[in-house]
Write a protein that binds this ligand. Sequence first.
Ligand SMILES: [Zn+2]
Ligand SMILES: [Zn+2]
Length: 876
Amino acid sequence: MLEVPHGIYRYGCINCGGEISDLRLQHMLPCEKCLPLHVTDALALIKEPSHEKVVELTEKLSKLHSLRSLKTLISELNEVNRLFEKLIGNRMWNAQETWAKRVLKGQSFSIVAPTGVGKTAFAMVMSLYFALKNQKSYIILPTTPLVIQVYNRLKEFVEKLNAKISVVAYHAKLSSKNKKEALEKIVNEEFHILVTTSRFLTSHYEKLLGKKFKFIVVDDVDAILKSSKNVDRILMIMGFTQEEIELTFKLIRAKRRILTLKAGSEEYTKLSKEIEKLQTFVEKLSKKTKTILIVSSATGRPRGLRVKLFRELLGFEVGTRSEFLRAIIDSYVKPKDTIENEVVRIVKLLGKGGLVFVPVDKGVVYAEYLAKKLSENNIVAKVFTSKEIKALEEFSRGKVNVLVGVATYYGVMVRGLDLPEVVRYAVFTGIPRFKFSTKLEDPHPLNILRALIIVREVIGERREIEAIDKLIVKMRKYLAIAPQAAVTELAEKLRQGKKPETDVEKVFSEALQYARKLMEDPEIKQKIRELKEVAVIEEEGKMFILVPDVMTYIQASGRTSRMFVGGITKGLSVVIIDDERLFFGLSRRLKWTIEEAVFTDFDSLELSKILEEIDKDRELVKAVREGKVKVEKAREWFRTVLLVVESPNKARTIANFFGKPTIRRRGDLKVYEITTGKYLLMITATGGHVFDLAVTPGFHGVYVPGEHYVDTYLPVYDTIKKCLDCGYQFTEYVKEKGRVCPKCGSRNIRDSLETLNFIKELAEEVDLVLVGTDPDTEGEKIGWDIAVHLRPYAKKLMRTEFHEVTKRAIIEALDNPREFNRFLIEAQVVRRIEDRWIGFELSRRLWSVFGKHWLSAGRVQTPVLGWIIKQHKKWK
Ligand SMILES: [Zn+2]
Ligand SMILES: [Zn+2]
């Protein structure tokens, strides 16, 4: 903390936008004109500065300008909080408060939240808040049971409020009479809050057009995205026309296309002009809607290009939490007995809350066999498949101890289960894998790719290698973005063996031919047999290749270790090795993906201690879920943090350590958001220096006591501007010319004030702002400039540093913030003034002596040169 001012910032006052000292900013105060009190006097009146108190005092003593919107936000937030207390029994959690602020500011965004953070409760209370203001909300849920659940809770809440609020639900379980009634109410707009499944959106969205919703919540966007048209439907409900959506989509496609073109080519130039035009159009469009949209994603990866419409029109990209953040003990068993007997032994040791996964090639029949075997040994076990979903409910209520299911990436037991308080461990009866025959009878696009990759590995110096490499790249590219439905359709076409029509079909069918042909080659067959990480088996005269499926292993074992408010639950995974090669492959691939993952021998584990930890975490999750944890306590476990770094690249890299971040944009400014169980973390960048010494005020940018209103020499800072046309960087516009580049007259100027304003808004959303600018003198000053401007908006603000960009270093930095170092800041302040004064004054002399205006003298060289001359004269 500073005790005296160290600088003046032009345009920094939080109320009038005028000049202000860093001392006042640091204490959250507006400038002397807005709050005509000395810092000490103001602080004596306010005692502990808070937003409320500063606003109150300023309003009392003068007039509110920008602070008025802060006042509104505070009072609306209090209103939401009171509603929460009344309905849920406590104030909002910090993550909920962050979301509420965004909603109140009218922003759409995507939620990435750990279990227990109260996403649904938030959606319900917020809808009621709007209903009380006579505005409409729409909650879209993935399943009918969820619709019924939410509807019933909303009804309870409405009763508690004793308000005239109409809630309408539409779902599959309604009688046809009730369905008709609900539809009528929807059409006649006789509702405040509408709750439906995503299927309703598909079949009835026309009825929702023109209904003027204030607030739409899409819970589990993955269910919505099964049909990419649903994105359009939501946007149309928000008031965009089909034509506007198509134009926006054209922009998205053009942006993709231009990446493949050579810069400078005729087509490139043409397309970039079109993009510019479309971009301007879309930016105007994006201000059109008054509806706020919140989208949350559970586990899946939102795929397809259409989801990018959210990015262009609403300024956010959907992210997902990371499956790579886990606290799992990975262990293995080399079976001494049959695999089935090993399963029984392991489950008996570990008890309830177990998931037993069988390899996909052994299938449901084997799962049923295992469940029977477990039951015979007095373990209540049931098979869980997409057809047998009742078992899940019994498992979640503790009536069934173990679920047995198939280990496939999209299987229900791998993805359709999120029970962090129930699931304690997972057992794999064999390595999760893919299996396909060398004849590729089932030419699924993924199998073709896998087969060709294996062939590629053993093919040696053959002439086909170049063609194969190209095909692999193309297939990977396509599969990375294609929606699931499109891949299924492609698989079907390939299965039918029809003549390929599209480019994609041609690529896959060519790849299929290569794979089939080469895998029949005896030499290649032999080499595949010798591979270390792939298993080859013969069945009924056919050769099958088995490849370890590491992503399914991560997903499936991940059921035992979930993110919740408070951290990540501990989990245990046991792999029974049925093939050494596959296990070798799995452990290697797992280590590539998750550095710290190592398999240890199950029978060497200290089981009692591990199980104790596992159970302790489950108790915690339960307490959180049942609302038995005080909000204050939860805030200690889970914090909302904004990390500010210098380089935009660094911000992106850091965010990607923790999953696929959700991104919000403002022009070309971005903030990434991820969650780690301990933090809801936002990361953004300043893009280097934001401020520099101004030129015109005072003596070369420094106020001088006696001449100006200050008691001490004080540097005056202004934001750095950059001309995007000629690249000229400057701090001040020329008064007579206005907001144009002083060099070339262009209006295409990037002012870091925009960056600053963007970061200010973000600072308002979180518990803690961490300034993570570079760990050097310059970084300390860049950080300080930012910090004083964020201080009036942030609840708490600290400095942190990291010396390398690794996940470990970042977590360290988050856990160990510090105060700013005043000495480093002062050193940099003096250095910059020296630079300016000595530079300017000496250069001026140089000019007058030599008559050459491009000469400049440096802060360091000049005194050194002087010293050399002095020494030289001494010795002469
Ligand atoms: Zn002011
Ligand atoms: Zn310029």
